[in-house]
Design a protein around this ligand. Structure first.
Ligand SMILES: Nc1ncnc2c1ncn2[C@@H]1O[C@H](COP(=O)(O)OP(=O)(O)OP(=O)(O)O)[C@@H](O)[C@H]1O
Ligand SMILES: [Mg+2]
Length: 346
């Protein structure tokens, strides 16, 4: 990859709660290449949304703050740029699609008006030109009967149609980076497929990069080039989607993949045992060790915090935050089990 479009470096975001400081994002680093789709996965509460909101400067200042790190977007640090400059980028070069479009659309403005505003705020066009663009955009995202629909209000649209309106608004100014946080979770499966198709098309036609946040590993497998796996605010594994899915090198990723529905039609999925830890009481050593099926009670897992180490020789850089990532490497004819006699305590 040449210079990445976005380079998140050592990001730390904390919230102040009555029970103490919650470090929701803990030294997170990852890159997004030009035209690349990067999938971010992890259980609920792992810090996916807070990572996205930190990058976009949307952490509510009274409750939390980015305490460390950089987010270089085309060489400019989003985290230190003046707020008005960042606002200028948002909705323009940087766009965000939320899970729930009803809360993000203004109920008292027609959808045509709000998309037009997005265009007029950032570009020097006339009202008529903006309106013509809006009609074209709504058509492009698959809204039927656009001439009539453009003057309707958000509540007159179904969930799937509202999500399309959100996407139309997000892509109105041809963003270089689109951050989509669970963009299809609220939609039924058919609509979900259409919306994802639309995102892929946007990426192809505009050459945009996308950060796609989702619980759904199937979506990541289908759409993303790269994946970032988060656990308790940290990146535990990253790499090319095909590489990581073929040969996960962190037990958490392996667990997520094994509990993925729809594989082999199994009804009883081997969910990862236990629960994600409280960020106020993280386990010592590797934060995943109490739930890990690879640790075998070994001391380093309990005592030494692993770092995200570069691994492998694949074209897309890989990293794992497991002391024993080597044991998870598959040989050419390996069944994926760790080598025998390697379970002793050090
Ligand atoms: N305003 C806040 N005040 C305190 N803690 C917060 C706040 N916002 C988020 N957190 C905490 O930060 C952690 C990460 O939350 P985040 O929303 O990023 O998770 P997520 O990975 O997006 O989960 P989900 O899949 O459920 O959307 C959680 O433990 C959450 O409780
Ligand atoms: Mg979230």
């Amino acid at each position: 990859m040449g210079e990445p479009l976005l380079s998140v470096e050592d990001l730390v975001t904390e919230f102040h709660t009555p029970d103490g400081v919650v470090r929701a994002v803990d030294h997170v680093s990852f890159d997004v290449g030009h035209g690349e789709i990067v999938g971010v996965v992890g259980e609920s509460g792992s810090g996916k949304s807070v990572t996205a909101m930190s990058v976009l400067g949307l952490i509510p200042p009274r409750t939390g703050q980015v305490v460390q790190g950089r987010a270089l977007f085309d060489g400019r640090d989003l985290l230190t740029m003046p707020p008005e400059e960042l606002r200028g980028l948002r909705g323009n070069e940087l766009a965000l699609i939320f899970q729930d479009p009803i809360t993000s659309l203004n109920p008292v403005l027609t959808v045509g008006r709000q998309i037009a505003e997005a265009i007029l705020t950032h570009r020097d066009v006339t009202n008529d030109e903006a309106r013509a663009e809006v009609v074209g955009l709504l058509r492009a995202v698959g809204v039927d009967d656009v001439e009539r629909r453009v003057d309707q209000y958000p509540h007159e649209f179904s969930g799937g149609m509202r999500q399309r309106v959100m996407i139309a608004m997000a892509i109105a100014n041809r963003p270089q980076l689109l951050i989509a946080d669970e963009p299809t979770t609220a939609l039924d499966v058919t609509v979900q497929a259409q919306v994802l198709e639309l995102l892929t098309r946007t990426q192809q036609e505009m050459g945009s990069s996308i950060i796609l946040i989702t619980h759904d590993l199937g979506i990541i497998a289908e759409m993303a080039d790269r994946v970032v796996v988060m656990y308790a605010g940290r990146v535990v594994e990253t790499g090319g989607v095909h590489d990581v899915f073929r040969e996960p090198r962190h037990p958490y990723t392996r667990g997520l993949l094994a509990s993925r529905p729809g594989l082999a039609g199994s009804e009883e999925l081997p969910a990862i045992p236990g629960q994600a830890p409280s960020l106020l009481a993280l386990p010592t050593g590797c934060t995943f060790h109490p739930r890990c099926d690879q640790s075998h009670g070994r001391a380093p897992c309990r005592e030494e915090e692993p770092v995200l180490l570069p691994i492998g020789t694949e074209a897309i850089e890989r990293g794992s935050r497991c002391h024993y990532h080597d044991e998870l490497a598959k040989g050419p004819d390996d069944d994926g089990h760790p080598p025998a006699g390697n379970g002793e305590d050090r």
